[in-house]
Write a protein that binds this ligand. Structure first.
Ligand code: PBG
Length: 320
């Protein structure tokens, strides 16, 4: 009889035949940085995650670097918003200041910026509105301005999350023309219109004031379309392809892994984090084990990189 249990007999043999491993090297930690002073506010729906102003963020960055987490992903919360989100390309804006601060005080930390408008527009949509819908090509012009501004401030990588068509080609050209041909782009290639972003929208104050994002983010039902979208981003020069959310989209992560010769990232989003935290707090699941198992499933699905609010906790566990 073929006995599969022979290789499960002890922890040592299980270690030897283990196919997938989670490592601190896989992790990117998102940070919410708010314009202003003396801000260190809990985000109720994301226990353990806070919004910081720059004067209060060092403690958090000390921890991230001590844990050897390679990278952070920055989200800005500006003090003023307008129709177009013009603050996104203000060289003195909150993200630009944050990049300079981190690169100065934590030079070894790799700084990735989320390039989008929803936190910066008065209507909460991811670009310029025209007849109550986001105007793709007009928004592209502003995406280029925002990307160049992040690059000039010293960002190590740009991650556009707005799901406008032609984004990657536009940014690549803009960066190449301004002396940043070595700056990589991580594309939010396959980003679904997901209810799992709820806690993030509270955290970043970025919920759309009317309607939803279904004219630009993808329909959760679609798998072939994910490959088509990733094919465009790949051809336009994305360096890393991302799938978002992660847990309900493990099939898409595997599809991208099988079809593209690029590193694949996934975003373990706010709602996925909140569910595990909430059930853990109730004592209904073993929070730590469920956290590790769900992140491991993302690696097994094919992700090389995981963006996760659990990054610090995972790094702590792995270093034990
Ligand atoms: C858009 C953006 C969103 C997230 C990351 N970038 C929200 C959205 O599309 O509404 C969600 C991340 C999360 O839920 O953790 N700037």
């Amino acid at each position: 009889m073929y006995r599969t249990r022979r290789l499960r007999k002890s922890e040592n043999i299980r270690r030897l035949v283990r196919e997938t491993k989670l490592s601190v090297d896989d992790l990117i930690y998102p940070l919410f940085i708010e314009e202003g002073e003396n801000i260190e506010n809990d985000i109720v729906s994301m226990p353990g995650i806070k919004r910081f102003s720059l004067d209060r963020i060092s403690k958090e960055l000390d921890e991230v670097t001590a844990l050897n987490i390679p990278a952070v992903l920055l989200f800005g919360i500006p003090s003023k918003k307008d129709d177009e989100g013009t603050e996104t390309w203000n060289d003195q804006g909150i993200i630009q200041k944050a990049i300079r601060f981190i690169k100065k005080h934590y030079p070894s930390l790799y700084v990735i910026t989320d390039v989008c408008f929803c936190e910066y527009t008065s209507h909460g949509h991811c670009g310029i509105l025209h007849h109550n819908d986001v105007d793709n090509d007009a928004t592209l012009v502003n995406i280029a301005k925002q990307s160049i501004s992040h690059a000039k401030a010293g960002a190590d990588m740009i991650a556009p999350s707005g799901m406008m068509d032609g984004t990657i080609a536009m940014i690549r050209e803009a960066l190449d023309n301004t002396g940043f041909s070595n700056l990589p782009i991580m594309a939010y290639s396959v980003k679904y219109a997901s209810a799992f972003y709820g806690p993030f929208r509270d955290a970043a104050d970025s919920a759309p004031s009317f309607g939803d994002r279904k004219t630009y983010q993808m329909d959760a039902a679609n798998r072939d379309e994910a490959l088509r979208k990733a094919t465009f981003d790949d051809a336009e020069g994305a360096d890393i392809l991302m799938v978002k959310p992660a847990l309900s989209y493990l099939d898409i992560i595997r599809d991208l892994k099988n079809n593209f010769d690029r590193p694949i990232a996934c975003y373990n989003v706010s709602g996925e984090y909140a569910m595990i935290k909430a059930a853990g707090q109730q004592g209904w699941i073993d929070e730590e084990k469920v956290m590790m198992e769900s992140l491991l499933s993302m690696k097994r699905a094919g992700a090389n990189i995981i963006i996760t609010y659990f990054a610090k906790e995972v790094a702590k566990l792995l270093s034990k």
